[in-house]
Design a protein around this ligand. Structure first.
Ligand SMILES: [Zn+2]
Ligand SMILES: [Zn+2]
Length: 418
């Protein structure tokens, strides 16, 4: 029996890869305009990196990570997200010793053992953006603005920005208490996971996917009403900066990131076209993370975009290949095939897109193949033509054909087709 790919881990076939290339190239262009540099981080990390950064008691670490001992018995994990690795690399290579803020982006596969469903896979892909070293609310606004510019550039329909503040440890402590009090009152209605979360980390119930818990969350006290003075002013300043950039947004007090390291500004880009999982991308500030991972106490902010979701939202025609095969070399006879073969390589090296056939089929079959490849021209090389020192060039659009001498053929073709 043939071997199939692992469940929830997909191939990206040539017929859709144009969309992926589009999403990647637009990201590179826009992010670079905003002063971001690409960083490439490994797929495999020590498990403790994620346990420490994401939090031991999160669903990601407890249930979803691909974790295994390697042959030396070291516990390793396929990265479930990118932020922890980017921060680790930043600390490890002492990039904080260079003055000024640093802006990075990265993209690639992440892994979580979740139940596969449309738009959610066990190997999924993210575009990830991180800024280290600034806590000015202006950078929060800039990162939100850049996310919107990117999504608009891809012409995604009906994107709305939701924002919230997660406060700081100072204001989160009293909030945690009032949330815990509320949850105690409704504890018999909570799912079994949330029963446990109520004691370990009550903020996690905001992540619960069980319907009945969602209803209880809607009535729970909100962090936004417990912000300390500084966090309140900070959130106002983020909004003022968004206004100055003409960014429309909705304040969503229920937008709470479950990961331990988030502080203050948090945001999500939402669309009604993805069903229940309505976020295309989201992120926020994580001022405590760098220190948690053993680095300097530098603030950070960033976001992640789900690439599969972007692809789902793209217009059908987006990313369709513009460059089509230009020239097909059709050969008739053994000598012609050998001559055509070296001609094809020479033309490719000279910058033309060229294809040929190796099965010595009839001219009719080769023309059909050229048609299928949408070739604009076919160069017919036959033993008869070779004897005359010439080849036939057929223009597929004009349905015309002319004889060109083999002498100087490459230059002639390049002149005609470039
Ligand atoms: Zn605060
Ligand atoms: Zn629950």
């Amino acid at each position: 029996m043939a071997i199939k790919a692992v469940k929830g881990i997909n191939d990206i076939l040539p017929n859709v890869v144009g969309r992926w290339q589009l999403v990647e190239s637009v990201a590179r262009r826009i992010f670079s305009n905003f002063g971001f540099q690409e960083i490439r981080i490994p797929i495999l990390e020590k498990t403790e990196l994620f346990a420490r950064s994401i939090g031991e008691t999160t669903d990601i670490v407890e249930k979803e990570m691909y974790t295994f001992p390697d042959r030396n018995g070291q516990l390793l994990t396929l990265r479930p997200e990118a932020t922890a690795s980017v921060v680790r690399a930043f600390i490890q290579h002492k990039l904080h010793l260079e003055p000024g803020m640093r802006k990075f982006y990265t993209m690639g596969p992440m892994f979580r053992h979740e139940r596969p469903q449309k738009g959610r896979y066990r190997q999924f892909h993210q575009i990830d953006v991180e800024v280290f070293g600034v806590d000015d609310p202006m950078i929060d606004a800039e990162v939100i603005y850049m996310l919107l510019v990117y999504l608009q550039e891809l012409k995604l329909p009906d994107i709305k920005m939701h924002i919230n503040s997660m406060g700081c440890p100072d204001c989160r402590l009293p909030f945690r208490q009032s949330l815990a009090d509320y949850l105690e009152g409704v504890s018999d209605k909570l799912c079994s996971d949330c029963q446990r979360r109520r004691r370990t980390n009550p903020l996690r119930i905001f992540d619960c996917k069980v319907d009945s818990c969602g209803k209880l969350v809607d009535e729970a006290p909100v962090l936004l009403e417990h912000l300390c003075h500084e966090c309140g002013e900070n959130f106002q300043s983020v909004q003022d900066n968004l206004h100055s950039l003409a960014v429309a947004y909705t304040i969503d007090p229920l937008l709470v990131r479950g990961l331990d390291y988030y502080t203050r500004t948090t945001f999500e880009a939402i669309t009604p076209h993805l069903g229940a999982q309505d976020a295309v991308g989201g992120g926020g500030r994580y001022d405590g993370l760098m220190k948690v991972l053993g680095g300097p106490d530098l603030p950070g902010t960033g976001f992640a975009i789900g690439m599969e979701r972007l692809i789902l939202l793209l217009d059908d025609k987006a990313g369709a290949p513009k460059e089509r095969n230009r020239l097909f070399v059709a050969c008739l006879g053994e000598e012609a095939k050998s001559r055509g073969f070296s001609l094809a390589q020479e033309l490719r090296v000279s910058g033309l897109s060229v294809e040929m056939d190796y099965e010595s089929k009839s001219l009719k079959a080769q023309m059909r193949r050229a048609d299928k490849l949408a070739s604009t021209h076919v160069l017919i090389v036959g033993d008869d033509e070779l004897a005359k020192g010439a080849a036939l060039l057929r223009d597929m659009e004009a349905s015309s054909q002319e004889e060109i001498p083999l002498e100087g053929l490459v230059e002639q073709l390049l002149g005609r087709m470039k």
